[in-house]
Design a protein around this ligand. Structure first.
Ligand SMILES: [Cu+2]
Length: 119
């Protein structure tokens, strides 16, 4: 191989490895479920398809009017679930859970929103 061919081969190989390693943490389940109408939940939890970096993985809960509900989140021992108990009982109404997580494997950060309604 010429030096140029070697470089191209090395680039192709590293791209392949990067492709296999790149896995973004995807939300696979939540409790309450997205768009569900439920009795006031004691805890809210979000489960992802891969391990998270706990220091960068959390969520906030806000009412429809934007007022935040205090919640302290923790990451499960298997590092795939973030959960937290709202400090106060959630009153009837719509809520928005805004999550931000980082994948443990590659550090990629993802975010999203889950909404639910308390009846
Ligand atoms: Cu990734």
């Amino acid at each position: 191989m010429t030096p140029r061919a070697l470089i191209l081969a090395a680039l192709a190989a590293s791209a392949l490895v990067a492709g296999q390693a790149s896995a973004h943490a995807k939300l696979v389940a939540s409790d309450p479920a997205a768009n569900a109408t439920v009795a006031a939940p004691k805890t809210v939890s979000l489960t992802f398809n891969e391990k998270l970096a706990p220091a960068f993985s959390t969520f906030e809960i806000a009412r429809a009017d934007g007022v935040k509900i205090p919640v302290r989140t923790t990451v499960s021992r298997d590092r795939k679930t973030v959960s937290g108990a709202p400090r106060d009982r959630l009153a009837a109404g719509a809520y928005k859970v805004t999550w931000r997580v980082a994948a443990a494997d590659d550090g990629h950060r993802m975010d999203g929103i889950v909404t639910f309604t308390v009846k």
